[in-house]
Design a protein around this ligand. Sequence first.
Ligand SMILES: *[C@@H]1O[C@H](CO)[C@@H](O)[C@H](O)[C@H]1NC(C)=O
Ligand SMILES: *[C@@H]1O[C@H](CO)[C@@H](O)[C@H](O)[C@H]1NC(C)=O
Ligand SMILES: *[C@@H]1O[C@H](CO)[C@@H](O)[C@H](O)[C@H]1NC(C)=O
Ligand SMILES: CC(=O)N[C@H]1CO[C@H](CO)[C@@H](O)[C@@H]1O
Length: 906
Amino acid sequence: MASAVAAQVQSNPASAPQLQRGIVKMVLSGCAVIVRGQPRGGPPPERQINLSNIRAGALARRAVQGQTDTKDTPDEPWAFQAREFLRKKVIGKEVCFTVENKTPQGREYGMVYLGKDTSGENIAESLVTEGLATVRREGIRGNNPEQARLCDLEDQAKAAKKGLWTEGGGAHTVRELKYTIENPRNFVDSLHQKPVNAIIEHVRDGCIVRALLLPDYYLVTVMLSGIKCPTFKRDADGSETPEPFSAEAKFFTESRLLQRDVQIILESCPNQVILGTILHPNGNITELLLKEGFARCVDWSMAVYTQGAEKLRAAERSAKEHKVRIWKDYVAPTANLDQKDRQFVAKVMQVVNADAIVVKLNSGEHKTIHLSSIRPPRLEGEEKNKDKDKRFRPLYDIPYMFEAREFLRKKLIGKKVNVTVDYIRAATSAMETGGVPAFPERTCATVTIGGINIAEALVSKGLATVIRYRQDDDQRSSHYDELLAAEARAIKNGKGLHSKKEVPIHRVADISGETQKAKQFLPFLQRAGRSEAVVEYVFSGSRLKLYMPKETCLITFLLAGIECPRGSRNMPSGMQVAEPYSEEATIFTKELVLQREVEVEVESMDKAGNFIGWLHIEGVNLSVALVDNALSKVHFTAERIGTFYLWLIWSEPRMNEGSGRLRSVAQLTEEKERVAKYRPVYVTEITDGLHFFAQDVETGTKLESLMESMRGEIAAQPLVEGSFTPRRGDFCIAKFGDGEWYRARIEKVESPAKVHVYYIDYGNREILSSTRLAALSPAFSTRTLPPQATEYTFAFIQVPQDEDARTDAVDSVVRDIQNTQCLLNVEYSGIVCPHVTLQFADSKDDVGLGLVKEGLVMVDVRKEKHLQKMVTEYLNGQESAKSARLNIWRYGDFRDDDADEFGFRR
Ligand SMILES: *[C@@H]1O[C@H](CO)[C@@H](O)[C@H](O)[C@H]1NC(C)=O
Ligand SMILES: *[C@@H]1O[C@H](CO)[C@@H](O)[C@H](O)[C@H]1NC(C)=O
Ligand SMILES: *[C@@H]1O[C@H](CO)[C@@H](O)[C@H](O)[C@H]1NC(C)=O
Ligand SMILES: CC(=O)N[C@H]1CO[C@H](CO)[C@@H](O)[C@@H]1O
């Protein structure tokens, strides 16, 4: 050891003892220091130097534990003052020293000077001057000038009655040291986390220190809150085995904190160990240790850290990322994922139980995501075996499962969320788990919506619990501490699973497949009219399982008016092959209604106890939407929307008639060419969302004559005002602002004075008093002439989400085409309505392309092969708008991928 320090020695004239250099690591007493060299790839060597020729008092010593023949010895008078004088002067400082004498036991005596050479302060002289050390006159021989000088200084100190030479002895300089604390927990609590002044007296390992608390001289062992460093494991035979980096971690803390003045926040005292945080002006040792890879975060003790746990996690994360020290072999749980698979935005399609969701990725693919580090409600012990014979449905029968699922469903379904993958849990085979059911691979992620971590929200409501991990288990939420904190709050406030109250019970009548029960229930549901329901399962495009919250029952529901192509299924005669497009129909329905709140009208029931009726979601009639979707791909001359509409309205449920209609429609979609058969329409209404309503010019004369005779009839037989009772869904006639009557449908009845109507031949809506409504006579009903206004939207363009941009586009469309005859061609289908191109009747210019060229909208880049020519034409238009910096491009170009941020929606 000594040789390494000697290696850093400077040569000196042969006569004088060699001058050596080092840094003071520790002051042992008023007359001894430990000096160390510079670290070179590990903790440096060190030597103890006792000061020649002087003596300072001995510090207090604790009895050797377990040996009854030793006792605590107190400080000698002025000993602590001498140590403190020296500590403040030299700790952590560079000094130089000479070794004048070495005892056979290896003890070294010398002179120590502050700084690089002997021109610095001679610390022995300073001590003597202050009366903090005495001179060993007995050892002085000959006439060494240095020794003579020490004697002089001592004489002066005596004369001035300094330190040891003050009258009355030094009893007041003896500390009343407290090695133990009776009740450490009370002691810690009594400080209320106020910082206490302290001196670090010993560093046991990187995160455990012995501290002298001031001003009362308590000696306490403090473990740094939140972390753990590699340490020295004591074996059974008493020898210590260092863990990798334990010595380095210890040196890291020692070189910064040993014998330094600090403040300590004593944070907690679980079973005798005091946890605390050390404050030092140069930084935060806890954070530094983590950042340098000398420590790892510890969940249980992290909870008491008062200075912000997220900073510690971030420091640890940085060390892991850079693979420093203890993390040198670290592999992130998501290391083999591309960035785009690690973090992405996706749309929630389904909530599975209470801890997983199915999302739709940009690619259109569906993916199941588990919420990291949480555990959904589950049955404990005996409850599992209760009611064994009853049909067990986890969603309703496990306490709080339904609440948890509903919380997630209401918050997330159909919404876009941010997914950050935290870890992939490998599949476990049944063999590994010893017969416990195996799990497939799971992608576990933190899912946020509007900045809220949904797992944290769930936990804070007591609707899920947090999984506990082994210390070194990295497969966990990146926001694990927040989850723990949320759980602590939920427990404290007795939320959900932590509540002492009776668990909420969901008695659900499962009527699906129970013909007898269904029969009894039918009149009830028929009478109920429109009822709320949640779609719990989609078997096929037109066959669903519904939960009716008011009636608390589960039913199987078939869409009236249509039958979707059947999927494959097992029949006694063998596997029945799926009909074409069954898969597409199922996906279409799933995307539109799965787990959504819908309204249904039950009309009838089939032999198997399935209810048949209509289903509406956000104003869309699912039967119509399904047909529209297939229809709009159809060659226009083959099927007319108007005809189809009529068919839907008037066809009775035809459950056993097969699916001829939709299939024939589907076959037509095989067509590969874009079909451009423009037909004349009259644009009657434009909505704020850039949809529009148009009438077919061909049937226009029919509408005119119908209106004429209708108005004639009204004139002949004036209506009795107020004799009409509006009911939602009914057709009627309504007196518009121009004083004329038009056919309409009632969409909502707020009050007799506020009835929402939709003019079925024009597409506009109005709220008016029921006094301006009257019954629609059967002669003019939709049976005679179907509603003439059809809703469309522009193909190949994105409706701007930004309100101002949208208003600009709508204004331009209103100016150009409202109440104008145009030519229309259906290009492709949409969920709400067909997407079409429109041409001006005279110039044959494309209206949508005009909007693109004006920079009022962005292009929706369709992928269909047969549409590529159109898409290219639109994109060229967009390029010219960009280069001219028109409207939305006025701030310059941005990639299509940025569209969302700029307020555009595809
Ligand atoms: C050297 O200093 C240490 C620490 O103060 C002390 O315990 C020891 O007795 C000293 N050695 C001698 C021989 O004075
Ligand atoms: C997703 O996160 C980003 C940044 O972290 C944020 O700007 C964006 O609004 C988030 N999106 C959603 C849907 O929460
Ligand atoms: C949609 O649903 C209603 C039930 O409210 C039904 O009567 C109607 O025929 C369906 N079709 C259309 C086109 O509205
Ligand atoms: C409480 C406290 O002192 N925190 C400090 C920990 O150290 C970092 C720098 O290392 C400071 O920024 C914090 O203020």
